[in-house]
Design a protein around this ligand. Sequence first.
Ligand code: NAD
Length: 513
Amino acid sequence: MNSLETQTAGPVTETAGHRVPTDLPQSIRHYIDGEFVDSTDGETFDVIDPVTNATYIQAASGKAADVDRAVAAARRAFVEGPWPRMLPRERSRVLHRIADLVETRGDRLAELESFDSGLPITQALGQARRAAENFRFFADLIVAQADDVYKVPGRQVNYVNRKPIGVAGLITPWNTPFMLESWKLAPAIAAGNTVVLKPAEFTPLSAGLWAGIFEEAGLPQGVFNLVNGFGEQAGDALVKHPEVPLISFTGESATGQLIFANAAPHLKGLSMELGGKSPAIVFADADLEAAVNATIFGVFSLNGERCTAGSRILVQREFYDEFVERYAAQAKRVKVGLPHEKSTEVGALVHPEHYEKVMSYVELGKTEGRLVAGGGRPEGFESGNFVAPTVFADVPPTARIFQEEIFGPVVAITPFDTEEEALALANDTRYGLAAYVWTNDLKRSHNFAQAVDAGMVWLNSNNVRDLRTPFGGVKASGLGHEGGYRSLDFYTDQQAVHINLGEVHNPVFGKAD
Ligand code: NAD
Protein backbone atom coordinates (compact mmCIF):
# COMPACT_ATOMS: atom_id res chain seq x y z
CA MET A 1 0.00 0.00 0.00
CA ASN A 2 1.58 3.23 -1.07
CA SER A 3 -0.63 6.06 0.03
CA LEU A 4 -1.93 6.80 3.50
CA GLU A 5 -5.09 8.10 1.93
CA THR A 6 -6.14 4.69 0.69
CA GLN A 7 -5.87 2.99 4.07
CA THR A 8 -8.97 2.46 6.20
CA ALA A 9 -10.16 4.00 9.44
CA GLY A 10 -8.41 3.30 12.74
CA PRO A 11 -9.88 3.33 16.28
CA VAL A 12 -10.80 6.79 17.57
CA THR A 13 -12.73 8.32 20.43
CA GLU A 14 -15.56 10.74 19.68
CA THR A 15 -16.44 13.60 22.02
CA ALA A 16 -19.29 16.06 21.77
CA GLY A 17 -19.03 18.16 18.66
CA HIS A 18 -15.54 16.92 17.87
CA ARG A 19 -15.10 15.83 14.27
CA VAL A 20 -12.82 12.95 13.39
CA PRO A 21 -11.69 12.80 9.75
CA THR A 22 -13.04 9.89 7.76
CA ASP A 23 -10.69 7.24 6.40
CA LEU A 24 -7.91 7.76 8.89
CA PRO A 25 -5.09 5.30 8.28
CA GLN A 26 -4.84 2.27 10.57
CA SER A 27 -1.29 3.11 11.51
CA ILE A 28 1.48 5.54 10.66
CA ARG A 29 4.51 3.88 9.12
CA HIS A 30 7.91 4.87 7.78
CA TYR A 31 8.32 5.35 4.06
CA ILE A 32 11.64 4.01 2.81
CA ASP A 33 12.72 3.42 -0.79
CA GLY A 34 9.18 3.78 -2.13
CA GLU A 35 7.47 1.49 0.42
CA PHE A 36 5.55 2.04 3.65
CA VAL A 37 7.29 -0.09 6.27
CA ASP A 38 7.17 -0.79 10.00
CA SER A 39 10.11 -0.30 12.35
CA THR A 40 12.72 -3.02 12.21
CA ASP A 41 12.01 -3.87 15.85
CA GLY A 42 8.23 -3.53 15.35
CA GLU A 43 7.93 -0.81 18.02
CA THR A 44 5.27 1.88 17.85
CA PHE A 45 4.26 4.90 19.91
CA ASP A 46 0.87 6.46 20.74
CA VAL A 47 -0.37 9.48 18.85
CA ILE A 48 -3.14 11.47 20.50
CA ASP A 49 -5.60 14.03 19.24
CA PRO A 50 -5.44 17.27 21.21
CA VAL A 51 -9.18 17.76 21.66
CA THR A 52 -9.78 14.48 23.53
CA ASN A 53 -6.18 13.56 24.37
CA ALA A 54 -7.16 10.01 23.43
CA THR A 55 -4.75 7.84 21.48
CA TYR A 56 -6.16 7.60 17.98
CA ILE A 57 -3.36 5.81 16.18
CA GLN A 58 0.00 4.07 16.58
CA ALA A 59 3.05 5.36 14.73
CA ALA A 60 6.16 3.36 13.90
CA SER A 61 8.94 4.30 16.32
CA GLY A 62 12.14 4.64 14.30
CA LYS A 63 15.56 3.78 15.73
CA ALA A 64 19.08 3.73 14.33
CA ALA A 65 18.34 0.59 12.24
CA ASP A 66 15.45 2.34 10.48
CA VAL A 67 17.47 5.48 9.91
CA ASP A 68 20.24 3.30 8.45
CA ARG A 69 17.78 1.78 5.97
CA ALA A 70 16.40 5.18 5.00
CA VAL A 71 19.86 6.71 4.58
CA ALA A 72 21.00 3.73 2.50
CA ALA A 73 17.99 4.19 0.18
CA ALA A 74 18.57 7.92 -0.09
CA ARG A 75 22.27 7.39 -0.70
CA ARG A 76 21.54 4.85 -3.45
CA ALA A 77 19.10 7.26 -5.09
CA PHE A 78 21.74 9.98 -4.91
CA VAL A 79 24.63 7.92 -6.28
CA GLU A 80 22.82 5.76 -8.82
CA GLY A 81 19.43 7.40 -9.43
CA PRO A 82 18.46 9.97 -12.03
CA TRP A 83 17.39 12.80 -9.75
CA PRO A 84 20.69 14.62 -9.07
CA ARG A 85 21.61 14.40 -12.75
CA MET A 86 18.33 15.65 -14.21
CA LEU A 87 18.17 19.07 -15.81
CA PRO A 88 16.82 21.77 -13.51
CA ARG A 89 13.95 22.21 -15.99
CA GLU A 90 12.99 18.53 -15.54
CA ARG A 91 13.20 18.69 -11.76
CA SER A 92 11.19 21.89 -11.88
CA ARG A 93 8.33 20.14 -13.71
CA VAL A 94 8.13 17.50 -10.97
CA LEU A 95 8.13 20.21 -8.30
CA HIS A 96 5.30 22.07 -10.03
CA ARG A 97 3.31 18.85 -10.18
CA ILE A 98 3.92 18.40 -6.43
CA ALA A 99 2.59 21.94 -5.86
CA ASP A 100 -0.50 21.16 -7.99
CA LEU A 101 -1.19 18.00 -5.99
CA VAL A 102 -0.73 19.77 -2.65
CA GLU A 103 -3.19 22.41 -3.83
CA THR A 104 -5.80 19.94 -5.00
CA ARG A 105 -5.47 17.97 -1.73
CA GLY A 106 -5.45 21.10 0.43
CA ASP A 107 -8.78 20.36 2.10
CA ARG A 108 -7.82 16.81 3.09
CA LEU A 109 -4.42 17.92 4.19
CA ALA A 110 -5.80 20.71 6.35
CA GLU A 111 -8.41 18.35 7.83
CA LEU A 112 -5.73 15.86 8.92
CA GLU A 113 -3.37 18.58 10.11
CA SER A 114 -6.02 20.35 12.14
CA PHE A 115 -7.16 17.06 13.73
CA ASP A 116 -3.62 15.98 14.61
CA SER A 117 -2.22 19.33 15.77
CA GLY A 118 -5.28 21.23 17.08
CA LEU A 119 -4.69 24.13 14.67
CA PRO A 120 -7.85 25.95 13.56
CA ILE A 121 -8.98 24.58 10.21
CA THR A 122 -8.89 27.91 8.36
CA GLN A 123 -5.28 28.42 9.45
CA ALA A 124 -4.34 24.83 8.56
CA LEU A 125 -5.76 25.50 5.10
CA GLY A 126 -3.59 28.60 4.79
CA GLN A 127 -0.55 26.52 5.76
CA ALA A 128 -1.41 23.92 3.08
CA ARG A 129 -1.45 26.70 0.47
CA ARG A 130 1.90 27.92 1.74
CA ALA A 131 3.29 24.38 1.39
CA ALA A 132 2.27 24.33 -2.29
CA GLU A 133 3.74 27.79 -2.77
CA ASN A 134 7.08 26.67 -1.32
CA PHE A 135 7.35 23.99 -4.02
CA ARG A 136 6.32 26.41 -6.77
CA PHE A 137 8.84 28.96 -5.60
CA PHE A 138 11.82 26.59 -5.68
CA ALA A 139 10.61 25.05 -8.95
CA ASP A 140 10.94 28.51 -10.50
CA LEU A 141 14.15 29.40 -8.70
CA ILE A 142 16.19 26.43 -9.94
CA VAL A 143 15.30 27.26 -13.53
CA ALA A 144 16.18 30.93 -13.10
CA GLN A 145 19.33 30.19 -11.09
CA ALA A 146 22.47 31.93 -12.39
CA ASP A 147 25.92 31.24 -11.01
CA ASP A 148 28.90 33.54 -10.85
CA VAL A 149 31.62 33.80 -13.48
CA TYR A 150 34.74 35.91 -12.84
CA LYS A 151 37.12 37.02 -15.55
CA VAL A 152 40.77 37.98 -15.11
CA PRO A 153 41.43 39.45 -18.57
CA GLY A 154 43.93 37.43 -20.55
CA ARG A 155 44.65 35.09 -17.65
CA GLN A 156 41.70 33.20 -16.23
CA VAL A 157 37.99 32.53 -16.39
CA ASN A 158 36.65 31.22 -13.11
CA TYR A 159 33.15 29.92 -12.59
CA VAL A 160 30.98 28.43 -9.90
CA ASN A 161 29.82 24.86 -10.44
CA ARG A 162 26.83 24.27 -8.16
CA LYS A 163 26.32 20.67 -7.11
CA PRO A 164 23.84 18.84 -4.87
CA ILE A 165 25.53 17.58 -1.71
CA GLY A 166 23.98 14.19 -0.96
CA VAL A 167 21.52 12.96 1.64
CA ALA A 168 19.94 15.82 3.59
CA GLY A 169 18.53 15.08 7.05
CA LEU A 170 15.43 17.19 7.74
CA ILE A 171 14.14 17.44 11.31
CA THR A 172 10.93 19.38 11.91
CA PRO A 173 8.71 20.55 14.80
CA TRP A 174 5.00 20.09 15.40
CA ASN A 175 3.65 23.63 15.20
CA THR A 176 2.86 23.76 11.46
CA PRO A 177 4.06 20.30 10.48
CA PHE A 178 3.27 19.96 6.77
CA MET A 179 4.21 23.54 5.88
CA LEU A 180 7.53 23.39 7.74
CA GLU A 181 8.34 20.08 6.10
CA SER A 182 7.70 21.69 2.70
CA TRP A 183 9.99 24.55 3.64
CA LYS A 184 12.88 22.07 3.84
CA LEU A 185 11.79 19.39 1.35
CA ALA A 186 11.27 21.82 -1.54
CA PRO A 187 14.76 23.40 -1.68
CA ALA A 188 16.57 20.18 -0.66
CA ILE A 189 14.95 18.20 -3.47
CA ALA A 190 14.96 21.09 -5.96
CA ALA A 191 18.73 21.32 -5.62
CA GLY A 192 19.07 17.61 -6.55
CA ASN A 193 19.65 16.09 -3.11
CA THR A 194 17.86 13.10 -1.66
CA VAL A 195 16.34 13.32 1.80
CA VAL A 196 15.39 11.62 5.04
CA LEU A 197 12.64 13.48 6.89
CA LYS A 198 12.10 13.01 10.64
CA PRO A 199 8.83 14.77 11.53
CA ALA A 200 7.84 15.71 15.07
CA GLU A 201 6.50 12.84 17.16
CA PHE A 202 3.48 14.85 18.41
CA THR A 203 2.15 15.33 14.84
CA PRO A 204 3.19 12.56 12.45
CA LEU A 205 -0.13 12.21 10.57
CA SER A 206 0.19 14.57 7.61
CA ALA A 207 3.83 13.72 6.75
CA GLY A 208 2.74 10.37 5.28
CA LEU A 209 0.77 12.26 2.61
CA TRP A 210 4.04 13.36 1.00
CA ALA A 211 4.72 9.80 -0.16
CA GLY A 212 1.60 9.58 -2.34
CA ILE A 213 2.04 13.13 -3.61
CA PHE A 214 5.67 12.57 -4.58
CA GLU A 215 4.95 9.24 -6.27
CA GLU A 216 2.14 10.73 -8.32
CA ALA A 217 4.27 13.73 -9.29
CA GLY A 218 7.02 11.43 -10.59
CA LEU A 219 9.74 11.89 -7.98
CA PRO A 220 12.07 8.90 -8.44
CA GLN A 221 12.07 6.14 -5.82
CA GLY A 222 14.41 6.67 -2.89
CA VAL A 223 14.66 10.47 -3.24
CA PHE A 224 12.20 10.99 -0.37
CA ASN A 225 12.36 8.86 2.76
CA LEU A 226 10.47 9.31 6.00
CA VAL A 227 11.33 7.94 9.43
CA ASN A 228 8.93 8.59 12.31
CA GLY A 229 9.95 8.44 15.93
CA PHE A 230 11.31 10.29 18.91
CA GLY A 231 13.96 12.96 18.67
CA GLU A 232 16.34 11.21 21.06
CA GLN A 233 16.18 8.05 18.94
CA ALA A 234 15.31 8.57 15.26
CA GLY A 235 16.38 12.24 15.21
CA ASP A 236 19.60 11.53 17.06
CA ALA A 237 20.52 8.67 14.70
CA LEU A 238 19.99 10.92 11.71
CA VAL A 239 22.16 13.68 13.19
CA LYS A 240 24.95 11.20 13.94
CA HIS A 241 24.76 9.28 10.66
CA PRO A 242 28.10 9.58 8.82
CA GLU A 243 26.44 9.50 5.40
CA VAL A 244 24.20 12.48 6.06
CA PRO A 245 26.35 15.56 5.40
CA LEU A 246 23.55 18.12 5.96
CA ILE A 247 21.07 18.65 8.78
CA SER A 248 18.35 21.24 8.52
CA PHE A 249 16.67 21.57 11.89
CA THR A 250 13.74 23.62 13.16
CA GLY A 251 12.84 23.37 16.81
CA GLU A 252 13.77 24.55 20.29
CA SER A 253 17.03 26.34 20.96
CA ALA A 254 18.06 23.72 23.56
CA THR A 255 17.56 20.91 21.02
CA GLY A 256 19.52 22.94 18.47
CA GLN A 257 22.45 23.20 20.89
CA LEU A 258 22.44 19.45 21.41
CA ILE A 259 22.29 18.75 17.67
CA PHE A 260 25.15 21.15 17.11
CA ALA A 261 27.31 19.20 19.54
CA ASN A 262 26.26 15.82 18.12
CA ALA A 263 26.97 16.91 14.54
CA ALA A 264 30.34 18.45 15.38
CA PRO A 265 32.45 15.26 15.11
CA HIS A 266 31.14 14.82 11.54
CA LEU A 267 31.59 18.50 10.56
CA LYS A 268 28.12 18.59 9.02
CA GLY A 269 26.45 21.51 7.31
CA LEU A 270 23.84 22.82 9.75
CA SER A 271 20.89 25.13 9.36
CA MET A 272 19.22 26.02 12.64
CA GLU A 273 15.82 27.71 12.92
CA LEU A 274 15.22 27.95 16.66
CA GLY A 275 13.00 29.57 19.27
CA GLY A 276 11.86 33.16 19.64
CA LYS A 277 10.46 35.77 22.00
CA SER A 278 9.84 38.44 19.44
CA PRO A 279 8.90 42.01 20.40
CA ALA A 280 6.20 44.15 18.83
CA ILE A 281 7.09 47.78 19.56
CA VAL A 282 4.19 50.21 19.39
CA PHE A 283 5.05 53.92 19.37
CA ALA A 284 2.47 56.54 20.32
CA ASP A 285 2.24 57.83 16.73
CA ALA A 286 1.19 54.42 15.37
CA ASP A 287 -2.19 53.61 13.91
CA LEU A 288 -3.69 52.22 17.12
CA GLU A 289 -6.39 50.08 15.56
CA ALA A 290 -4.06 48.48 13.01
CA ALA A 291 -1.47 47.85 15.72
CA VAL A 292 -3.99 46.21 18.05
CA ASN A 293 -5.43 44.01 15.28
CA ALA A 294 -1.99 42.94 14.09
CA THR A 295 -0.52 42.26 17.51
CA ILE A 296 -3.60 40.24 18.50
CA PHE A 297 -3.18 38.12 15.36
CA GLY A 298 0.59 38.03 15.85
CA VAL A 299 0.42 36.13 19.11
CA PHE A 300 -2.90 34.27 18.99
CA SER A 301 -2.83 32.88 15.44
CA LEU A 302 -1.62 29.26 15.13
CA ASN A 303 -2.67 28.93 18.80
CA GLY A 304 0.34 31.06 19.72
CA GLU A 305 2.48 28.07 18.71
CA ARG A 306 4.35 30.24 16.28
CA CYS A 307 8.11 30.79 16.22
CA THR A 308 7.74 34.41 15.09
CA ALA A 309 4.89 35.23 17.50
CA GLY A 310 5.05 38.80 18.78
CA SER A 311 4.81 37.57 22.35
CA ARG A 312 6.19 40.72 24.00
CA ILE A 313 4.39 43.95 23.22
CA LEU A 314 6.24 47.12 24.17
CA VAL A 315 3.95 50.15 24.22
CA GLN A 316 4.85 53.83 24.55
CA ARG A 317 3.57 55.30 27.79
CA GLU A 318 1.43 58.08 26.16
CA PHE A 319 -1.18 55.59 25.07
CA TYR A 320 -0.24 52.56 27.12
CA ASP A 321 -3.45 52.50 29.19
CA GLU A 322 -5.68 52.91 26.15
CA PHE A 323 -3.75 50.22 24.28
CA VAL A 324 -3.93 47.73 27.15
CA GLU A 325 -7.64 48.33 27.62
CA ARG A 326 -8.45 47.85 23.92
CA TYR A 327 -6.09 44.91 23.62
CA ALA A 328 -7.53 43.06 26.62
CA ALA A 329 -11.11 43.66 25.46
CA GLN A 330 -10.31 42.30 22.01
CA ALA A 331 -8.33 39.32 23.36
CA LYS A 332 -11.41 38.33 25.38
CA ARG A 333 -13.41 38.25 22.13
CA VAL A 334 -10.94 35.97 20.29
CA LYS A 335 -12.93 32.84 19.58
CA VAL A 336 -11.62 29.65 21.12
CA GLY A 337 -13.25 26.63 19.56
CA LEU A 338 -12.99 23.14 18.17
CA PRO A 339 -10.23 23.02 15.58
CA HIS A 340 -12.49 21.86 12.72
CA GLU A 341 -14.95 24.76 13.07
CA LYS A 342 -14.49 27.53 10.54
CA SER A 343 -15.21 30.26 13.09
CA THR A 344 -12.46 29.06 15.47
CA GLU A 345 -9.58 31.49 15.94
CA VAL A 346 -7.69 29.59 18.67
CA GLY A 347 -7.94 25.79 18.76
CA ALA A 348 -6.38 23.19 21.08
CA LEU A 349 -2.69 23.12 21.98
CA VAL A 350 -0.88 20.21 20.45
CA HIS A 351 -0.34 17.89 23.43
CA PRO A 352 -1.10 17.68 27.17
CA GLU A 353 2.62 18.03 27.99
CA HIS A 354 2.74 21.30 26.07
CA TYR A 355 -0.58 22.38 27.61
CA GLU A 356 0.89 21.83 31.10
CA LYS A 357 3.94 23.91 30.17
CA VAL A 358 1.83 26.79 28.84
CA MET A 359 -0.50 26.64 31.86
CA SER A 360 2.47 26.76 34.22
CA TYR A 361 3.51 30.03 32.56
CA VAL A 362 -0.05 31.34 32.89
CA GLU A 363 0.11 30.68 36.64
CA LEU A 364 3.60 32.18 36.88
CA GLY A 365 2.39 35.25 34.97
CA LYS A 366 -0.17 35.93 37.67
CA THR A 367 2.72 36.53 40.06
CA GLU A 368 4.85 38.48 37.57
CA GLY A 369 2.36 40.79 35.83
CA ARG A 370 -1.21 42.09 35.90
CA LEU A 371 -3.67 39.63 34.35
CA VAL A 372 -6.07 41.55 32.08
CA ALA A 373 -7.52 38.74 29.93
CA GLY A 374 -7.79 34.95 30.03
CA GLY A 375 -5.68 33.23 32.65
CA GLY A 376 -6.86 29.63 32.40
CA ARG A 377 -9.22 27.33 30.55
CA PRO A 378 -11.83 29.03 28.40
CA GLU A 379 -15.42 28.59 29.51
CA GLY A 380 -17.13 25.50 28.09
CA PHE A 381 -13.91 23.56 27.49
CA GLU A 382 -13.50 21.33 30.49
CA SER A 383 -11.21 18.86 28.77
CA GLY A 384 -8.67 18.92 25.95
CA ASN A 385 -5.73 21.31 25.60
CA PHE A 386 -7.64 24.60 25.44
CA VAL A 387 -6.17 27.81 26.84
CA ALA A 388 -8.01 31.14 26.87
CA PRO A 389 -6.07 33.93 25.10
CA THR A 390 -4.14 35.37 28.03
CA VAL A 391 -2.80 38.89 28.42
CA PHE A 392 -0.49 40.17 31.14
CA ALA A 393 0.19 43.91 31.43
CA ASP A 394 2.92 45.79 33.37
CA VAL A 395 5.35 42.89 32.90
CA PRO A 396 8.89 43.82 34.00
CA PRO A 397 11.79 42.74 31.76
CA THR A 398 13.13 40.56 34.55
CA ALA A 399 9.98 38.40 34.52
CA ARG A 400 10.32 34.90 33.15
CA ILE A 401 7.19 35.47 31.03
CA PHE A 402 9.10 38.35 29.38
CA GLN A 403 12.27 36.32 28.84
CA GLU A 404 11.19 32.76 28.05
CA GLU A 405 9.42 31.32 25.03
CA ILE A 406 5.96 30.12 26.08
CA PHE A 407 4.77 29.03 22.60
CA GLY A 408 1.10 29.42 23.44
CA PRO A 409 -1.64 32.08 23.43
CA VAL A 410 0.00 34.18 26.13
CA VAL A 411 1.37 37.71 25.73
CA ALA A 412 3.32 40.11 27.96
CA ILE A 413 2.77 43.87 27.63
CA THR A 414 5.37 46.33 28.97
CA PRO A 415 5.42 50.15 28.85
CA PHE A 416 8.34 52.32 27.69
CA ASP A 417 9.02 56.06 27.54
CA THR A 418 11.76 56.69 25.00
CA GLU A 419 13.00 55.11 21.80
CA GLU A 420 16.28 54.17 23.53
CA GLU A 421 14.38 52.40 26.29
CA ALA A 422 12.23 50.57 23.74
CA LEU A 423 15.33 49.34 21.91
CA ALA A 424 16.98 48.19 25.13
CA LEU A 425 13.82 46.30 26.13
CA ALA A 426 13.42 44.80 22.66
CA ASN A 427 16.99 43.47 22.73
CA ASP A 428 16.87 42.31 26.34
CA THR A 429 16.33 38.57 25.70
CA ARG A 430 18.52 35.71 24.51
CA TYR A 431 16.41 35.40 21.35
CA GLY A 432 16.47 37.39 18.11
CA LEU A 433 14.07 35.94 15.57
CA ALA A 434 11.56 38.63 14.53
CA ALA A 435 10.54 42.17 15.51
CA TYR A 436 7.49 44.24 14.57
CA VAL A 437 7.70 48.03 14.72
CA TRP A 438 4.61 50.23 14.75
CA THR A 439 5.24 53.93 14.03
CA ASN A 440 4.49 56.49 11.35
CA ASP A 441 7.87 58.16 11.76
CA LEU A 442 9.87 57.10 8.70
CA LYS A 443 13.33 57.78 10.12
CA ARG A 444 12.59 56.14 13.43
CA SER A 445 11.12 53.04 11.83
CA HIS A 446 14.23 52.39 9.75
CA ASN A 447 16.71 53.30 12.46
CA PHE A 448 14.90 51.07 14.93
CA ALA A 449 14.64 48.20 12.46
CA GLN A 450 18.35 48.36 11.78
CA ALA A 451 19.30 48.48 15.46
CA VAL A 452 17.04 45.75 16.80
CA ASP A 453 18.55 42.25 17.34
CA ALA A 454 16.27 40.30 15.04
CA GLY A 455 16.78 38.27 11.90
CA MET A 456 13.54 39.62 10.43
CA VAL A 457 11.73 42.92 10.99
CA TRP A 458 8.32 44.06 9.84
CA LEU A 459 7.38 47.74 9.87
CA ASN A 460 3.68 48.45 10.39
CA SER A 461 2.89 44.88 9.47
CA ASN A 462 2.44 41.42 10.75
CA ASN A 463 4.58 38.50 9.64
CA VAL A 464 3.95 38.55 5.90
CA ARG A 465 6.63 36.49 4.17
CA ASP A 466 8.25 37.26 0.84
CA LEU A 467 9.76 33.90 -0.07
CA ARG A 468 12.76 35.60 -1.71
CA THR A 469 13.95 37.21 1.53
CA PRO A 470 16.26 35.58 4.10
CA PHE A 471 14.52 33.67 6.89
CA GLY A 472 16.23 33.03 10.19
CA GLY A 473 17.21 34.41 13.54
CA VAL A 474 20.18 35.80 15.43
CA LYS A 475 21.41 35.03 18.98
CA ALA A 476 19.64 31.96 20.40
CA SER A 477 17.07 32.00 17.56
CA GLY A 478 19.24 30.29 15.04
CA LEU A 479 22.23 30.06 12.84
CA GLY A 480 22.28 30.41 9.10
CA HIS A 481 19.56 31.86 6.96
CA GLU A 482 17.34 29.99 4.56
CA GLY A 483 14.84 31.59 2.18
CA GLY A 484 15.18 32.27 -1.54
CA TYR A 485 18.56 31.46 -3.03
CA ARG A 486 20.06 31.15 0.46
CA SER A 487 18.21 27.85 0.80
CA LEU A 488 19.79 26.67 -2.44
CA ASP A 489 23.17 27.82 -1.13
CA PHE A 490 22.67 25.64 1.93
CA TYR A 491 21.64 22.58 -0.06
CA THR A 492 24.41 22.84 -2.68
CA ASP A 493 28.18 22.89 -2.87
CA GLN A 494 29.53 25.83 -4.80
CA GLN A 495 32.66 24.48 -6.37
CA ALA A 496 35.07 27.03 -7.86
CA VAL A 497 36.50 25.96 -11.22
CA HIS A 498 39.51 27.97 -12.52
CA ILE A 499 40.60 27.94 -16.19
CA ASN A 500 43.96 29.28 -17.25
CA LEU A 501 43.85 31.32 -20.46
CA GLY A 502 47.45 32.53 -20.61
CA GLU A 503 50.93 31.59 -19.54
CA VAL A 504 51.05 29.00 -16.80
CA HIS A 505 51.11 31.27 -13.79
CA ASN A 506 53.85 30.04 -11.51
CA PRO A 507 57.59 30.36 -11.17
CA VAL A 508 59.45 27.25 -12.29
CA PHE A 509 61.07 25.46 -9.39
CA GLY A 510 63.93 23.02 -9.99
CA LYS A 511 64.69 24.52 -13.36
CA ALA A 512 67.37 22.72 -15.43
CA ASP A 513 70.49 24.91 -15.81
P1 NAD B 1 11.86 20.29 19.61
O1 NAD B 1 13.20 20.89 19.59
O2 NAD B 1 11.39 19.61 20.84
O3 NAD B 1 11.70 19.21 18.45
C1 NAD B 1 11.90 19.52 17.09
C2 NAD B 1 12.29 18.25 16.35
O4 NAD B 1 13.55 17.81 16.82
C3 NAD B 1 11.34 17.08 16.56
O5 NAD B 1 11.20 16.36 15.35
C4 NAD B 1 12.06 16.26 17.59
O6 NAD B 1 11.71 14.89 17.55
C5 NAD B 1 13.50 16.45 17.18
N1 NAD B 1 14.50 16.21 18.22
C6 NAD B 1 14.37 16.35 19.56
N2 NAD B 1 15.51 16.00 20.19
C7 NAD B 1 16.39 15.65 19.23
C8 NAD B 1 17.75 15.20 19.25
N3 NAD B 1 18.42 15.04 20.40
N4 NAD B 1 18.35 14.93 18.07
C9 NAD B 1 17.70 15.08 16.90
N5 NAD B 1 16.40 15.48 16.83
C10 NAD B 1 15.76 15.78 17.98
O7 NAD B 1 10.86 21.46 19.18
P2 NAD B 1 9.27 21.42 19.15
O8 NAD B 1 8.78 21.46 20.56
O9 NAD B 1 8.84 20.32 18.25
O10 NAD B 1 8.94 22.78 18.39
C11 NAD B 1 8.77 24.00 19.04
C12 NAD B 1 10.01 24.86 18.90
O11 NAD B 1 10.32 25.05 17.52
C13 NAD B 1 9.84 26.25 19.45
O12 NAD B 1 10.97 26.59 20.19
C14 NAD B 1 9.73 27.13 18.21
O13 NAD B 1 10.12 28.47 18.38
C15 NAD B 1 10.62 26.42 17.27
N6 NAD B 1 10.32 26.79 15.89
C16 NAD B 1 11.21 27.60 15.24
C17 NAD B 1 10.94 28.02 13.94
C18 NAD B 1 11.89 28.90 13.20
O14 NAD B 1 11.80 28.96 11.99
N7 NAD B 1 12.81 29.56 13.86
C19 NAD B 1 9.77 27.59 13.30
C20 NAD B 1 8.88 26.76 14.02
C21 NAD B 1 9.18 26.37 15.31
